[in-house]
Design a protein around this ligand. Structure first.
Ligand code: GLA
Length: 395
């Protein structure tokens, strides 16, 4: 058994004494977004993939309408009555599972309380969706302990709603979707306007998916995320004056956008709109390139995506830009971009297997010189979506 799980069982037994047979274990992965950034709240296409790393939650039912939350990474046990849950800054990560319990009760799930222990191997606040991973693992646990059988999509929506309405981050649906519905070895081409999706085999031959962490933490809630979202809504309102039938910015073709762009007075608004429209096209082209095995074309679209996020959407910063520029300069790296919300967090790179050592050394050296920080490197694989793992966890 994995060390993480062994420690989990031990710690759970101390935290929540009782028969081991009543304990259930659920896993939800993190995700990396390959391309399609900041357009899931604009009705665009995105191409994320679930990781192998993620969050396990050990859970045991209670009948006293209390919930207790413990974690390897947080010293305090958070205890709360499940009726009347509220967001409390001092509860830290536990606000995510509290939000899911709150959302499940609003949804009339017959949940009566539980002890939860979270263990994980994802870097937190690094743009790899550790929060969506906690939310989806909790959502599976709460549904299972309640004896409810909602569809996977209902749980994805419940987790997103917990983050929007309870935590107060106006995120789109991409993260919870990728974490909840990911498939091993596949990226998901998701149309966020319709929620139609298609798993696209992620076959990269001699190239590896390398995630590089800036180790500059970013908080989604206190970043400019909600501000960007509001800017896009303002641009959409202007577009609708001319084209009332438009529902989402990302549905505009390049020509349609050209016709509307001059109506948007603010230069920043024009840049935001241009990012949304061009990024949506890049995602569709990238999925086609991946299906056809045209990896260099896929990598080039990743590069273009980064430039657009840097210059038009303005969500990068010195850490991400330095990592990406250094990556572009290493022979054998065919694509590099920031991933996730930006302002810190991680980059995602496609690097030839023979160039991995040089990539790590050169990128890290340039990053240290420019920022004084040390980056972390992970060669990643695409794993499956959230699931119950009680039997595997006992083995
Ligand atoms: C965060 C949000 C997502 C998405 C990305 C940016 O990860 O949770 O919904 O908007 O940022 O693409």
């Amino acid at each position: 058994m994995d060390d993480v799980l062994r420690r989990g069982w031990r710690q759970f037994a101390a935290f929540s004494p009782g028969p081991a047979k009543d304990v259930r274990v659920f896993f939800a992965p993190g995700r990396v977004n390959l391309i399609g950034e900041h357009i899931d709240y604009n009705g665009g296409h995105v191409l994320p993939a679930a990781l192998k790393e993620g969050t396990w939650v050990f859970a045991r039912s209670r009948s006293d309408r209390m919930a207790r939350f413990a974690s390897f990474n947080y010293p305090k046990v958070v205890v709360a009555a499940i009726d009347g849950l509220t967001y409390r800054t001092e509860d830290d990560y536990a606000n995510y599972p509290k939000g899911v319990v709150w959302a499940a009760l609003c949804d009339q799930m017959p949940f009566a309380g539980a002890d939860f222990l979270f263990v994980g191997n994802l870097p937190s606040r690094a743009g790899l969706s550790s929060s969506a991973s906690i939310e989806m693992a909790t959502a599976l646990a709460v549904a299972a302990l309640s004896g409810s059988a909602p569809s996977r999509l209902q749980l994805v929506k419940l987790a997103q709603w917990a983050e929007n309405a309870f935590v107060g981050v106006n995120c789109g649906i991409m993260d919870q979707f990728a974490v909840g519905l990911g498939e091993a070895g596949h990226a998901l081409l998701l149309n966020t306007a319709t929620l139609d999706y298609e798993p696209v085999p992620f076959q990269t031959g001699d190239y590896r998916l390398v995630i590089v962490n800036t180790n500059k933490q970013r908080g989604l809630a206190d970043s400019k995320y909600n501000e960007r979202r509001a800017e896009c809504e303002a641009v959409l309102a202007i577009v609708r004056d001319r084209m009332p039938a438009v529902r989402h910015l990302a549905e505009l073709s390049a020509d349609e956008w050209e016709r509307c762009a001059n109506d948007v007075e603010s230069p920043a608004g024009q840049r935001r709109g241009r990012h949304v429209v061009t990024e949506n096209k890049r995602v569709i082209d990238a999925a086609a390139a991946l299906r056809a095995g045209r990896l260099p074309a896929f990598g080039e679209l990743m590069n273009q995506s980064h430039l657009s996020l840097r210059d038009d959407y303005e969500v990068t910063g010195i850490e991400l830009d330095t990592l990406v520029q250094a990556a572009w300069d290493v022979p054998g790296c065919i694509g590099a971009r920031m991933t996730g919300a930006g302002f810190g967090g991680c980059t995602v790179n496609l690097v030839h297997a023979d160039a991995l050592v040089r990539f790590r050394d050169e990128v890290n050296r340039r990053y240290r010189d420019a920022t004084g920080l040390t980056a972390a490197f992970y060669v990643s694989e695409i794993g499956a979506g959230a699931r119950e793992v009680t039997e595997e966890a006992r083995a």
